[in-house]
Write a protein that binds this ligand. Structure first.
Ligand SMILES: *[C@@H]1O[C@H](CO)[C@@H](O)[C@H](O)[C@H]1NC(C)=O
Ligand SMILES: *[C@@H]1O[C@H](CO)[C@@H](O)[C@H](O)[C@H]1NC(C)=O
Ligand SMILES: *[C@@H]1O[C@H](CO)[C@@H](O)[C@H](O)[C@H]1NC(C)=O
Ligand SMILES: *[C@@H]1O[C@H](CO)[C@@H](O)[C@H](O)[C@H]1NC(C)=O
Length: 232
């Protein structure tokens, strides 16, 4: 008898957690644990037919809840089931497609020497495109083809006396500014990188701050590159 009661109390616990899962609420939790306590207390006493009856009812409720999901799917008529099946197929294909997305680019700024100074912040058009798998890079702008985690790196070169610097933009928002004051005309470089979680369509580009100057020539001294690490 004691074993049977133990099982029924367990069922009651299941019922409580199931109800909580369905509604997402916390209210039932307190209620069900209170109930459980009451039932546990009563099980220390000997059988009452009322309790057995209620336990039976509870067991029935648990079974009903567990059947609920499969029941819902069984009730679909043939055209609804067809729709559901094609939706599942499409979701599967989309996930497969996403997992196979390959995105990587590597570019350098120009062969023309100095870039800047300009009177306003100016998008840097890295015009030598050496690698562009997935064609996500175009004329200075990288546009994320899928939601995912992306890695970007740049190196910029200065070859003048004065300011060299670069902004990193995500969409229209500046997310990084790096700057150096150069005392001489010798070459100077800096590199930085970011790992960003992007939505499909988000854009990343680099910009030259007003009055700053960068340098590149046939040696590929100022570069911008990036890759999709993994889709989300
Ligand atoms: C068991 O239940 C009976 C009837 O409800 C009650 O009279 C008795 O005191 C209870 N015994 C214990 C140990 O709780
Ligand atoms: C299936 O159900 C949908 C909506 O409940 C209804 O529009 C459609 O006519 C039904 N199709 C069949 C074949 O019963
Ligand atoms: C960017 O560079 C590419 C390659 O040289 C060129 O075709 C394109 O016109 C440039 N775009 C802008 C906005 O300057
Ligand atoms: C610049 O990069 C391109 C592509 O990798 C390469 O063909 C070219 O030789 C490089 N220039 C120099 C001077 O290394």
């Amino acid at each position: 008898m004691r074993v049977a009661f133990g099982l029924l109390v367990l069922l009651l616990g299941l019922c409580g957690s199931r109800a909580q899962g369905e509604s997402g609420g916390l209210g039932e939790e307190g209620e069900s644990s209170e109930l459980q306590e009451e039932w546990t207390q009563q099980t220390t006493n000997t059988t009452s037919p009322d309790i057995l009856l209620e336990m039976k009812e509870l067991r029935r409720m648990v079974q009903m809840l567990q059947k609920h999901d499969s029941e819902m799917e069984r009730r679909l008529n043939s055209s609804e089931r067809e729709l559901l099946d094609s939706k599942k197929r499409i979701d599967k294909l989309e996930n497969l497609n996403k997992a196979n997305t390959k995105v990587a680019f590597y570019t350098a700024l120009t062969d023309a020497g100095y870039v800047g100074p300009f009177t306003t912040d100016t998008t840097l058009n890295f015009s030598k495109v050496f690698t562009n798998i997935g064609n996500a890079y175009n004329a200075g702008f990288f546009k994320a083809p899928v939601k995912g985690v992306y890695y970007f790196q740049f190196t910029v070169c200065g070859h003048h006396t004065g300011l060299m610097g670069v902004y990193v933009y995500k969409n229209n928002k500046n997310i990084m500014f790096n700057v150096e004051w150069k005392e001489d005309q010798l070459y100077k470089y800096f590199t930085n990188s970011v790992i960003l979680e992007l939505m499909a369509g988000d854009e990343i580009h680099l910009a030259l701050p007003a009055t700053h100057v960068l340098y590149d020539d046939g040696s590929n001294q100022s570069t911008f590159s990036g890759a999709l690490l993994f889709p989300l």
